[in-house]
Design a protein around this ligand. Structure first.
Ligand SMILES: [Ca+2]
Ligand SMILES: [Ca+2]
Ligand SMILES: [Ca+2]
Length: 437
């Protein structure tokens, strides 16, 4: 009984202390605890300076509450999915589908391949509204050329089938006398906008002639990333991604196109993939939990306490954050036989691995992601960008590449001090002196 009484008293005292809190908070902002001491990945830190022995390790908040408390602000729309109707460059959206009229001529088969390469098919004007949109689209590109679309009677003469294998319905605005199958015409096209009698009507034309332009369609990408984005001081070099419940889910680095050197020093080969274009920016994105969970379920407080920073490391390699994903092995031993090239152990930083490193490689092909292991376990990764970026978050390593790489690509001789790198640690060591590889 005595023990129970003590517990009740302690409980009352705790409640009493709670009631004092608002008063106390006038004088001191209450600390927010985002620690997860029991987890494998118990922290999140970035370096901003190449020397690991300087105090240049920046601890990053791992809950949205903590981030807001520390002055991080929402970057872009207040949405988890980053969802937007994103069409590839040159495509225009209409009723949820992206279209592009190509100003080049191709036969049906090459035109079809071009559309497939863009992730779509030849366009399918199945209704009046879409048909009218495509007529405007093609005439804005070239009013005096015919344009292919995705409708053929190649399999059975007179049976017109759309590219998605759907049979042609009653909407079929053929020109007068068409389709006439002159010399076996099996591929549909728009007559040109300047055609004397049948402007913009449908014609069955030759599949093999190379003088016809074409229109592709594609589905917009479902989203460019997952998570609520937060930055500090409006600097996207370190962008935090939080799940729908406010727990850390990933980290992104963004480069505003306006900040790139005008000579285009981020070469195209480095730009795609895993760079993702997002309007005025290029993005590199890493996730610490399964990307498809970030906006659907998120993590619970208990899961966050148990798992810490996350369960896995995923690098986004294309516009679709749930399918365009590279999973990084958690164990160093699982890197054997992969394209990851073993680099050097830098004491205090970790054992580096680089993607497909060769002595004679072109630095334009340098993969902008590297990974690091300590004690055989993945505990850090980094970005490596082939140009000088201005944010104070970046390091600009001088010619000491041999301390990190093996082999050192010959092309790097020109890059002393002109790379921009960032090391991201998933653990809380401060500083990570004890990373002995
Ligand atoms: Ca035929
Ligand atoms: Ca035919
Ligand atoms: Ca014809």
């Amino acid at each position: 009984m005595k023990l129970l009484a003590v517990l009740v008293l302690l409980g009352a005292a705790a409640v009493d202390a709670q009631s004092w809190w608002p008063w106390w908070s006038w004088f001191s902002t209450p600390a927010i605890d985002d620690s997860t001491p029991g987890a494998t990945w118990d922290g999140l830190r970035v370096t901003f300076g190449i020397n690991p022995f300087e105090k240049n390790f920046d601890r990053l908040p791992r809950t949205k509450e903590m981030a807001e408390h520390e002055g991080w602000t929402l970057f872009g729309p207040n949405r988890c999915t980053g969802l937007r109707s994103a069409c590839s460059s040159g495509y225009q959206i209409h009723n949820g589908i992206c279209y592009k009229a190509f100003n080049t001529t191709k036969n049906f088969y090459d035109a079809s391949s071009t559309c497939v390469a863009d992730g779509g098919t030849l366009a399918m004007p199945k209704d009046t509204d879409t048909n009218a949109f495509l007529i405007n689209l093609k005439n804005a590109v070239d009013n005096s050329s015919s344009f292919r679309f995705g409708l053929t009677d190649l399999n059975q003469e007179g049976d017109w089938i759309w590219e998605d294998n759907v049979t042609l319905s009653s909407f079929r605005p053929w020109g007068p006398g068409e389709p006439n199958n002159v010399r076996d015409e099996d591929c549909a096209e728009f007559f040109s906008g300047s055609h004397s009698s049948d402007a913009n009507a449908w014609n069955d034309g030759s599949c093999t002639n190379n003088d016809t332009k074409f229109i592709c369609q594609a589905t917009p990408s479902a989203g460019t990333w997952r998570g609520f984005r937060y930055v500090k001081d409006n600097d996207p070099a370190v962008t935090l991604l939080f799940d729908k419940n406010g727990f850390i889910a990933g980290l992104q680095m963004g480069v505003r196109k306006s900040e790139l050197p005008s000579d285009g020093s981020i070469p195209p080969q480095q730009v795609t993939p895993p760079w993702i274009e997002d309007k005025d920016m290029w993005l590199l994105t890493a996730y610490f939990i399964q990307p498809s969970d970030i906006c659907s379920d998120g993590r619970t407080e208990a899961e966050y306490q148990d798992e810490g920073t996350g369960t896995d490391l995923y690098i986004q390699t294309g516009p679709n954050p749930t399918s365009d994903i590279m999973t990084i092995p958690l164990q160093q031993s699982d890197l054997e036989g992969t394209e990851w090239t073993e680099g050097k152990c830098f004491w205090g930083i970790g054992k580096h691995y680089w993607w497909n490193l060769r002595v004679d490689m072109d630095c334009k092909e340098f993969y902008p992601v590297f990974i690091m292991y300590n004690g055989g376990k993945l505990d850090a990764f980094g970005w490596n960008i082939g140009t000088y970026l201005d944010s104070p978050r970046y390091e600009h390593p001088a010619a000491s590449f041999g301390m990190f790489m093996d082999p050192v690509p010959t092309c790097l001789a020109d890059h002393s001090g002109s790379l921009s790198t960032m090391h991201v640690y998933l653990t809380n060591g401060y500083p990570p002196f004890f990373n002995h590889c």
